[in-house]
Ligand binder design. Structure first.
Ligand code: FES
Ligand code: MG
Length: 590
């Protein structure tokens, strides 16, 4: 007897609707032109989508073009029918004016595909930064069974016997270039050496962070996130993921059965323990919003800040993806958190088992890379959430703050964690690059570099530009980092001590819009405050001045994005879109 799904497959409505056999013929016939048979499509087996994010334009995810074969094998062996389709490309490093525009665009496209075609369940192929949240956001909106398959990081990069990690090597080499220690050729060679194979960034940048988040949320097979792209296990996980999604289709195990406030809090905790990217903040808020779950900025302080850094991977630590995987990857980190009572082990996952059941017996195998909870690399390593007269919410990634920086800025005032700095304000990154070495700015170690016009509306899309390096003359004197502040984001691979994602942004009248070069900014980390020492009357006067300029929209999507997108503190989602949830319950009309 044929297996019956818990809920009839939605594809039946296309391929087996007795009331509309005329339409059925139309729906079926063109799939025949590559060899599928009507019998297969009408057999009652689930149609499993493979949302393909890999392409020549998405090199970080290109491994999925190969992995999809193993996914298909798994789907077939488990009794499903695979249908692979393309997702709008997202390539973090190359897309101008910023890949942040693409997260919501890929989301929209994927929602329409999953909703409008006869797809019963989907494998979300993920890798490069935004490919993970966009897929998960869409899966929540549609709410069909969905499983994440990470493409995995590249192999570890080596240069002159030294580990060189994605992105991080760029920021560090830039400083060496400015200090005159290397030339441009050496710079390019270091960058090339950091990318030795297929895969996404091998540091704990946004890509590895978001794949770890997907696993922490219970959306991938345990251990999936960290397997390097070329490893044999990657292909094996692709196969098992294909098998499992067919079961999930029969079980009708959907994102709404898995994602809860507790699972998102687990993800926040994991981000701290791995030293994860500051981009996790907007992406986690965005995914939660689309899942209909309330996550507040204060949850990062309450549940994420006071946790230790356990993973010794760049940019917060020393190693790269291969060592992290061999040390046990995300399950080992979750094991530490669970053992310390800092994880909810009862959360549901795609395996049909709980988080605690999934990670049973998967503790760390290399204590150099994944520390025990009681002997961490750093205490209190989470994001600090700040507020003040310059913004309502901004975050600071404390795990990357170097001892030298701490000493210079946080201890010299005699008041622990309080410092004041003179603001140097830039209108976006072109202005920064043109003027950073201008002697007229008189930048010294008492300055804070501020960038505005870099948020969702201003840029548009919110750019990774806040990790600004000091002027060359300071770097040559050994001052490798100044505090920075901005309404944009920073690369997850950066080790810069920055105050990021300031919301509301300057372009919508946030406090950065009235800040002047020369104003003194006071930062009190213990109180979670960041204020310009400018009195109310002066602020009111400045608010009457013309707003800082922002560039015109250059594409239709830029215009629409600006009209519909919210601030980073709220995830930068398309505000109107979050009310659409579980839309697959309503089958689209013929
Ligand atoms: Fe694509 Fe880092 S640039 S993963
Ligand atoms: Mg990035």
């Amino acid at each position: 007897m044929q297996r019956q799904p818990v809920r009839p497959f939605r594809s039946r409505d296309w391929f087996a609707d007795p009331a509309r056999s005329d339409m059925t013929a139309l729906y079926l016939e063109r799939f025949m032109n590559y060899g599928l048979t009507p019998a297969e499509l009408r057999s009652g087996r689930p149609i499993i989508g493979i949302a393909q994010t890999g392409s020549d334009l998405s090199p970080c995810n290109r491994i999925h073009l190969d992995l999809a074969r193993r996914v298909r094998d798994g789907i077939r062996d488990a009794g499903g029918i695979a249908m692979e389709f393309p997702v709008h490309p997202i390539f973090e490093n190359c897309r101008r004016p910023t890949a942040a525009l693409d997260r919501n665009l890929a989301y929209l496209g994927l929602v329409e595909t999953l909703y409008g075609y006869p797809i019963d369940a989907v494998v979300l192929t993920t890798g490069c930064d935004k490919t993970t949240p966009s897929g998960i956001m869409a899966a929540s909106t549609v709410d069909i069974p969905a499983i994440v398959l990470s493409g995995g990081p590249m192999l570890d990069g080596w240069h002159d016997g030294e580990l060189v990690g994605s992105g991080t090597v760029i920021w560090r080499s830039r400083r060496k270039l400015a200090a005159g220690e290397i030339d441009e050729e050496e710079f390019l060679q270091r960058a090339t050496d950091s990318a030795p194979s297929a895969g996404h960034c091998n540091t704990m940048g946004t890509a590895s962070t978001m794949n770890a988040v997907a696993e922490a949320l219970g959306l991938s097979l345990p251990g999936c996130a960290a397997i390097p792209a070329p490893y044999r296990e990657r292909g094996q996980y692709a196969y098992e993921t294909g098998r499992r999604i067919v079961e999930m289709a029969y079980e009708d195990l959907r994102p709404s059965n898995i994602l809860t406030r507790e699972s998102f809090l687990n993800a926040i905790r994991v981000v701290t323990a791995i030293g994860g990217s500051s981009n996790a903040q907007p992406h986690i808020h965005a995914m939660a919003k689309h899942a209909g779950i309330e996550i507040a900025a204060s949850d990062w302080s309450e549940f994420g800040y006071d946790l230790p850094l356990l993973v010794d991977v760049q940019p917060a630590g020393r190693f790269l993806g291969e060592r992290f995987h061999r040390a046990g990857g995300v399950p080992a980190v979750m094991t530490e958190l669970l053992g310390a009572g800092k994880l909810d082990g009862a959360c549901a996952t795609v395996t049909g088992r709980t988080v605690a059941e999934n990670i049973q017996g998967r503790g760390a195998t290399d204590r150099e890379v994944i520390r025990a909870f009681d002997t961490p690399l750093k205490e209190q390593a989470g994001f600090l959430v700040l507020t003040g007269n310059l913004f309502d919410v901004a975050i600071m990634k404390t795990s990357v703050i170097s001892p030298a920086f701490r000493e210079r800025y946080l201890e010299r005032t005699g008041m622990e964690n309080v410092f004041e700095a003179r603001a140097i304000v830039f209108e976006g990154s072109d202005d920064y690059h043109h003027r950073i070495n201008d002697p007229a700015l008189d930048i010294d170690e008492n300055c804070i570099l501020v960038i505005r016009g870099a948020g969702p509306i201003g840029w548009p899309g919110s750019a990774e530009v806040v990790n600004m390096q000091p002027p060359d003359h300071l770097i040559q004197r050994g001052i490798l980092a100044l505090p920075t502040l901005g309404d944009g984001r920073q690369s997850g691979t950066s080790d810069s001590p920055s105050i990021l994602n300031a919301s509301p942004e300057s372009a919508v009248g946030g406090g950065l819009s009235w800040l002047h070069t020369g104003d003194v900014i006071r930062i009190d980390l213990a109180a979670g405050r960041c204020d310009a020492l400018v009195d109310e009357a002066e602020i009111a006067r400045r608010r009457g001045e013309p707003a800082p300029p922002i560039p015109a929209s250059n594409t239709p999507w830029e215009e629409l994005y600006r009209e519909k997108t919210g601030q980073l503190s709220e995830g930068g989602v398309l505000d109107f879109a979050v009310k659409y949830r579980g839309i697959a319950a309503r089958t689209p009309r013929h």
